[in-house]
Each structure stands twice: as structure tokens, then as C-alpha cells.
Design a protein around this ligand. Structure first.
Ligand code: HEM
Length: 505
């Protein structure tokens, strides 16, 4: 009997499978025809559909986004619409038109776009439906600023101290490692421990190492996850994601000690809207964990890479740190006496400029909005229309690489954001001062709430590395950018690079 029902089940499943395949193929074909069939309406920007149905210009963009965008800019001007992975996206390239996104917040929604994205990437379904929860979770971002940030930074310094005292200060001879692997390990460990605390009931190092390895595999597939490709086609990513979500479940987090204020507040909100055991709580924590490390890791890599490649930058930054340590009465040398407040870290403008310059050269963070209704946008250069259901995108790499704004933009200049010994904040285009001159963290009300945390983390880490260690690059091959993440944040390097470090004698 069981065999018969299994056979019936298999038969109907197979039949169902064939039917659904046929239906999916028909729907895809229909979608392809509809998407291919779109024509430009009067008032709309030029339309570029590419040669691939549905996918549009995805291959050209992925190969070298900046070069491709510059080519389109030359051909079509500063505003145009492209077909990309089934979506029509209107790109705005003129930095003076970025304000349009901020001015039309009601019709150009960040939420619709980001809720769909987190739904796909982290399997969170409630955000789209539950606006109150969404609002309350957003309110928690205040705990990444002000006094709460000071507390986070103190805890971060303690965690750094433990990592370096126990592991790195033992290294009296040269130790050779891959730079990206080094940065991802240290940024993941420090960020995770600072926000989530430590596992007390089992080996915390083993737990973090395993979580980090799974996380990096998950992050590697991020652009596929947010595309329309079913997760089932992405190898074992679905099971890896499930494993991470379980690691971050309420039950597991209850075994961690040293929760940050922001984690506590987020958990309180989540437990108000879900039952304690609901695994979607873990999915929210995965989303936040991703936001807090996925960009900081490559940002740390590029900052260190450029410092290692540019001895004059390394010397200037070391000198600035030495002067600060002397003026605050902190001797470098034996033990681990360094403690810098947020204000003191903030005063390291040469170090900050180095980090900003690394971000300028590696950031492809694109501000994307969902168009809620047909809309006419009034720009200085003329009005243009955008269609309901499309996306609107501001693409900063264009002006990050604009020679009119940044002289010799392809060069790394560590002091580009320093002027007369102060932070340089004035940059011009067409003789006019730019409101936004560097946008790795987005813009407007949705600007990254973790930006101060990220910059301070990279600064703290570099202060320790440059103060206590001799550092040398070993591979002398130049590294390029891997554009796998295309429009999302800081890009990965296209290969890793060897460097060596040893405690200063
Ligand atoms: C170099 C490191 C980082 C970069 C380049 C970066 C960049 C960004 C960007 C571009 C956005 C989207 C903004 C928009 O579309 O308007 C964003 C959002 C976000 N970031 Fe960051 N980020 C970094 C580090 C962090 C850190 C360390 C945290 C947390 C501790 C964090 C938390 C978040 C959160 C929670 C959001 C979503 C905000 C929302 O939903 O409104 N980020 N980040």
C-alpha cells in the first residue's frame, strides 16, 4: 500500500513537475517578450535594452561597471534607463541631480527595494508586511551613535586587545599570511564579538571560525541571492544560510555573554513581533551581521593594501599616530597600553583620509530606489519621466573617478582629503561646490547607520597594527577589482596578496 501511494505520489509529482516546468517556461517566455517589447515613451530617458533578453546589459556591466557606464554616459548623457536582470533601472550620473532622490522620498521608496532584497537574501518575510516592526527596528540604529557608540568602541578595543595579546604579540619573527584572509578573519571576529558577545558554553574560537567560514561562503553568493535565481540552484547555499540562521537563533544567542545595547534592543523588538523560537529572528540577525561586516572586510583590505604599497603614506600615518600617542602620554612598546577615545581617533585626519581614499577607489555602493508611481523629475538640465515599478539609481563611482573633481582619479593619494592640516570637505564640479563628494555609505535619510562604527573599527585596527608591528608586502603584483558584487558596496580584490608582519623590536 505504502509502495502504491509512493508510486502515485512520485507519478503525480513528476507530472506536476512537468506541468510546472512547462508553465514556468511559458511565463518566462511571456516575461521575455514583454520586457523586450518595452519602448521609450516621450519624456523618458534613453532606453538601453542590451542584446540579452531579460538579462539586458548584465554581462557588460559585470565586466567593468565604470568603463561601461562611462561609455553609456558618452553616448546617452547623464541619465538613461537600462535593462538589468529583468529590471529597468534609470541611472543618474550627474552628482548635482542626486538631490532628486532625497527631494522625492515619498514616490522613490528605499523600503520597497530593500525589503525585497532582504527577503531574498536573508529569507525575512515579515518586513514587507509589518511596518511597525520595520520602524521599530530602524529606531534601534540610534544605538550605533553617540554614547552607545563610545561603549561599543570601548568593548571593541578590549576585544582587539585580547586577539592581539594572545595571538599576534607572540610573533617575534616574521609571519607570512594572505592579506584578505587576515582582514576577513580579524574584522569578522572583532565585529561579531563586539555586537553579539562571546559563546560561553563551548569553545568560542571554534564557534566563530565555523560561523565565519559559512558566512564568507554565503557572502560570496550574495549577488545571486538577490537576483531572481532560485536559491535551490546555488549549490549548498540554502543549507549554509539555514545553519547560520540557526546559529543566530534566540536560543543560541541566549548562550552568549556581552551583548551590545543594539543587539539587546533589536532582540526586544523582534520578540515583540515573533515568538521566541521563531527562526526568522535568526534571519534578522544574519541580515544585521551581513550589513556590519560584508563591506568593512574589503574596506579594511583596501586601506591596508594601499598603505603597504605606498611607503610615503605609511610613514605619514605612522607619524600622525606617534604624535597622538605622545601627546596623550601613551608610550608604545611592551604590553598593550594604547587606549584612544572617539575624539582622539577622530583627530587622526591623515589616517582618515587614507581610509576615505581607499573607499573612493573601491566603492561601488549604489543608491537604489523603487519608483512607486509614474513621476516627472525636474533637473537643471531638463525634466525626465520615470515609470512606476522601475528602479532609480544614483551611481557614485562615476564622480569618484571624475578628473574634474579628483585630480588624477586613478591614483591613490593618501592625503586627498586633507587641506592645510584639516579635513578637506570642499570639492567642485563645473565651478560649483558638491554637496556629496564621497558616497560609499549612501546618502540622505537611509545613509548607512553603521558608518561611524566602521570607520572607527578600521582606525582602531590600523593604529594597533602600525604601532606594534612591522608590516611588509611580499607579492609585488598589482591587484585589481573583482566586480562580482557590482552595485553593492565595497568590491573585493581580484586576488589575494601575501604580506608579512612581526612585533616591532
Ligand atoms: C565600510 C563599511 C560599510 C559600508 C561601505 C556600508 C555601506 C552601506 C550602504 C551603501 C548602505 C545602504 C544605504 C542606502 O542605500 O542609502 C548601508 C546600509 C546599512 N548599513 Fe552599512 N556600511 C558599512 C558598515 C556598516 C556597519 C559596520 C554596520 C553596523 C554595525 C552597518 C549597518 C548598516 C545597516 C543596518 C544598513 C541598513 C539601513 C537601513 O535599512 O535603513 N554598516 N551600508
Amino acid at each position: 500500500m505504502a509502495a502504491v501511494s509512493a508510486a502515485i505520489g512520485r507519478f503525480s509529482l513528476e507530472q506536476f513537475g512537468l506541468w510546472s516546468l512547462a508553465l514556468a517556461a511559458a511565463l518566462l517566455l511571456l516575461a521575455l517578450c514583454l520586457l523586450r517589447g518595452r519602448t521609450r515613451r516621450p519624456g523618458e530617458p534613453p532606453l538601453i535594452k542590451g542584446w540579452l533578453p531579460y538579462f539586458g546589459v548584465v554581462l557588460e556591466l559585470r565586466k567593468d561597471p565604470l568603463r561601461f557606464m562611462k561609455t553609456l554616459q558618452k553616448q546617452h548623457g547623464d541619465t538613461f534607463t537600462v535593462l538589468l536582470g529583468g529590471k529597468y533601472i534609470t541611472f543618474i550620473l550627474d552628482p548635482f541631480q542626486y538631490q532628486l532622490v532625497i527631494k522625492n522620498q515619498k514616490q522613490l521608496s528605499f523600503r520597497v527595494f530593500s525589503d525585497e532584497l532582504v527577503g531574498k537574501a536573508f529569507s525575512i518575510s515579515q518586513l514587507q508586511k509589518n511596518h511597525d516592526m520595520n520602524d521599530e527596528l530602524h529606531l534601534c540604529y540610534q544605538f550605533l551613535q553617540g554614547k552607545s557608540l563610545d561603549i561599543l568602541l570601548e568593548s571593541m578595543m578590549q576585544n582587539l586587545k585580547q586577539v592581539f595579546e594572545s595571538q599576534l604579540l607572540k610573533t617575534t619573527s616574521w609571519d607570512t599570511v594572505q592579506l584578505y584572509t587576515f582582514c576577513s578573519s580579524i574584522i569578522f571576529d572583532i565585529t561579531f564579538t563586539t555586537i553579539y558577545g562571546k559563546f560561553l558554553v563551548c569553545d568560542n574560537n571554534k564557534f566563530i571560525n565555523e560561523l565565519r567560514d559559512d558566512f564568507l561562503k554565503f557572502d560570496d553568493n550574495f549577488t545571486y541571492l538577490v537576483s531572481d535565481i532560485p536559491i535551490e540552484l546555488l549549490g549548498n547555499i540554502k543549507s549554509i544560510r539555514k545553519k547560520i540562521i540557526k546559529c543566530l537563533s534566540s536560543e543560541n544567542l541566549a548562550k552568549m555573554q556581552g551583548w551590545s545595547e543594539i543587539l539587546q534592543r533589536r532582540q526586544d523588538v523582534l520578540e515583540k513581533y515573533y515568538v521566541h523560537e521563531d527562526l526568522e529572528i535568526g534571519a534578522h540577525h544574519l541580515g544585521f551581521l551581513w550589513a556590519s561586516v560584508a563591506n568593512t572586510i574589503p574596506a579594511m583590505f583596501w586601506a591596508m593594501y594601499y598603505l603597504l604599497w605606498h611607503p610615503e603614506a605609511m610613514a605619514a600615518v605612522r607619524d600622525e599616530i606617534d604624535r597622538l600617542l605622545q601627546s596623550t602620554g601613551q608610550k608604545k612598546g611592551s604590553g598593550f597600553p594604547i587606549y584612544l577615545t572617539r575624539e582622539q581617533l577622530d583627530s587622526l585626519i591623515c589616517l582618515e583620509s587614507t581610509i576615505f581614499e581607499a573607499l573612493r577607489l573601491s566603492s561601488y555602493s549604489t543608491t537604489i530606489r523603487f519608483v512607486e508611481e509614474d513621476l516627472t523629475l525636474s533637473a537643471e538640465t531638463g525634466d525626465f519621466c520615470v515609470r512606476k515599478g522601475d528602479l532609480l539609481a544614483v551611481f557614485p563611482p562615476i564622480f569618484h573617478g571624475d578628473p574634474e573633481i579628483f585630480e588624477a582619479p586613478e591614483e591613490f593619494r593618501y592625503d586627498r582629503f586633507v587641506e592645510d592640516g584639516k579635513k578637506k570637505t570642499t570639492f567642485f564640479k563645473r565651478g560649483k561646490k558638491l554637496k556629496c563628494y564621497l558616497m560609499p555609505f549612501g546618502t540622505g535619510t537611509t545613509k548607512c547607520p553603521g558608518r561611524f562604527f566602521a570607520i572607527m573599527e578600521i582606525k582602531q585596527l590600523l593604529v594597533i597594527l602600525l604601532t606594534y608591528f612591522d608590516l611588509e608586502i611580499i607579492d609585488d603584483k598589482p591587484i585589481g577589482i573583482d566586480y562580482r558584487r557590482m552595485l553593492f558596496g565595497i568590491q573585493y580584490p581580484d586576488s589575494d596578496v601575501l604580506f608579512r608582519y612581526k612585533v616591532k623590536s
